[in-house]
Structure formats: structure tokens, C-alpha cells
Ligand binder design. Structure first.
Ligand code: AP5
Ligand code: MG
Ligand code: ZN
Length: 217
């Protein structure tokens, strides 16, 4: 099964994708995570992407579709992919169709996380992750069970994203409204779109997605 998780910054795409990975053995393909890894490693892609990401703008379609294509050539993605943060423009949606088609795969669902934008600034500015394993947390909504200790790997080191400040989040949301939300009708016409209430508790959102994937909704 191959699915897209679609929603604005802070909607919960990454949170739900990593839960689906653990629960179903699907593979999370987050272009944001891939780009951040490229920035950290200082690759040519990373050098190009860094300033754009820090401003909250979108990296070029060619770059992101290129990295998704390379990732889809790795065998683990045959078990099923969760596209997290990709596609984000109509051109990327077209590229994804070709990339899947060339590999004899297809999209099963596009799951839209419906959220109230006003609540998202809080979610994004409160977010932090484990520096060792990448597990995601939040200052108010999702603290580690033992203070300052990662639930997953026990590390005491955490980090925050440079683009998670209130001003950049507003730009990222504007980009979502202008360029990403307009791709929904493309998938709507193909009958692929399912909607979940992204304002519900994290566990509840997970249950809503499970119901869709299991054909109970
Ligand atoms: P990317 O990394 O994709 O960021 P984003 O789309 O802005 O989304 P986020 O990662 O901020 O949010 P999320 O939906 O994953 O939320 P999360 O689960 O963490 O992209 C970053 C940048 O890279 C872009 O701005 C762009 O420059 C570039 N880029 C990436 N892909 C690109 C592409 N395809 N094309 C061009 N450029 C691209 O949740 C947020 C917080 O809320 C967490 O702390 C979590 O614990 C908490 N939370 C989650 N769900 C709930 C809930 N239900 N209730 C309460 N709290 C919750
Ligand atoms: Mg994310
Ligand atoms: Zn960890």
C-alpha cells in the first residue's frame, strides 16, 4: 500500500508516519527529513536547499522529485510507502505518478489531516526531537515519559528545527495554501482522498487512519 499524508506544517504528518512505520512495516518518505539530512551532510542538494528551508519557501520540484525517485529504488519501499510532505505542488504530483508508474506501483489513499491553522503555530514552535533516533516530542502535548530522556532510545540529547519559529511557520502555511492545497482536487477526482480530524488526540488520529487503511471507513 502507498499513501500520501497531506496537511499543513504541524498537522501531524511526521508523527503519524512514524507510527505507521512501526505498526505496519511501511516506510516513511519525508522529503523534509531527507533535505535536512542533506543540509547537515553539506551535499550539493543541501547547500541549495538550506536558505530556502530556513525562509519557509519550497525547494525546487526537480530536487525533491529526484530524491524521492532515488529513494523509491531502494527495495524496502516495495513494502509500502508513506509520502510525508511530498508531493507539495501540482508538478510534484505529476512526477510522483510517473515515478510510481515506472516501478509498477500505485497510490492507494491520499489522507488529508484537517486542522485549524491557528492551533498549528503552537504545535510547531513547541516541537522537539531526539538528537539520536529522531523520535518526536512536544513541550505541551507529547513530553517524554521520563523528563529529558527519550522514550525510544534513552538519549538525553534533543534538538529543534531552525524553521520552527512563529514567523517562518506563517510563511510555510501560506506556501501550503497557495501551492499544496490545490493538488487535493486532482486526487479527489480519482477518488483517493480520505479526510481525518487532525485536531483530535494523536492516538485518535492514528485510529482514524488505521480504519481507512483497513477498509473500515
Ligand atoms: P517538512 O519537514 O515537510 O515540514 P512541514 O510540512 O512544514 O511539516 P512539519 O514537519 O512541520 O509538520 P508535521 O505535519 O510533520 O507535524 P508533526 O507530526 O511533526 O518540510 C520542511 C521544509 O522542507 C519545507 O518548508 C520546504 O522548505 C522543504 N520541503 C520539504 N518537502 C518539500 C517538497 N516536497 N517540496 C519542496 N520543498 C520541500 O507534529 C508537529 C508537532 O505537533 C509535534 O511536536 C507533535 O508531537 C505535535 N502533534 C502532532 N499531532 C498532534 C495532535 N493530534 N495533537 C497534538 N499535538 C500533535
Ligand atoms: Mg514533519
Ligand atoms: Zn531517541
Amino acid at each position: 500500500m502507498n499513501i500520501i499524508l497531506l496537511g499543513p506544517p504541524g498537522a501531524g504528518k511526521g508523527t503519524q508516519a512514524s507510527r505507521l512505520e512501526s505498526a505496519r512495516g511501511m516506510v516513511q518518505l519525508s522529503t523534509g527529513d531527507m533535505l535536512r539530512a542533506a543540509v547537515k551532510a553539506g551535499t550539493p542538494t543541501g547547500v541549495k536547499a538550506k536558505a530556502v528551508m530556513e525562509s519557509g519557501g519550497l525547494v525546487s520540484d526537480d530536487i525533491v522529485s529526484g530524491i524521492i525517485g532515488e529513494r523509491l529504488d531502494m527495495a524496502d519501499t516495495e513494502k509500502g510507502a508513506i509520502f510525508d510532505g511530498y508531493p507539495r505542488t501540482a508538478a510534484q504530483a505529476e512526477s510522483l505518478d510517473s515515478l510510481l508508474d515506472e516501478r509498477g506501483r500505485q497510490l492507494d489513499f491520499v489522507i488529508e489531516l484537517q486542522v485549524n491553522e491557528d492551533a498549528l503555530v503552537d504545535r510547531v514552535t513547541g516541537r522537539f526531537t531526539c538528537a539520536q533516533c529522531g523520535a518526536g516530542y512536544h513541550d505541551k502535548f507529547n513530553l517524554p515519559k521520563v523528563a529529558e530522556t527519550c522514550d525510544v532510545c534513552g538519549s538525553h540529547e534533543f534538538k529543534r528545527r531552525p524553521d520552527d519559529n512563529a514567523e517562518t511557520v506563517r510563511t510555510r502555511m501560506a506556501e501550503y495554501r497557495a501551492k499544496t492545497a490545490p493538488i487535493l482536487p486532482i486526487y479527489e477526482a480519482r477518488g483517493l482522498v480520505r479526510r481525518v480530524d487532525g485536531m483530535a488526540d494523536i492516538d485518535d488520529v492514528t485510529a482514524q487512519i488505521a480504519a481507512i487503511l483497513d477498509g473500515r471507513d
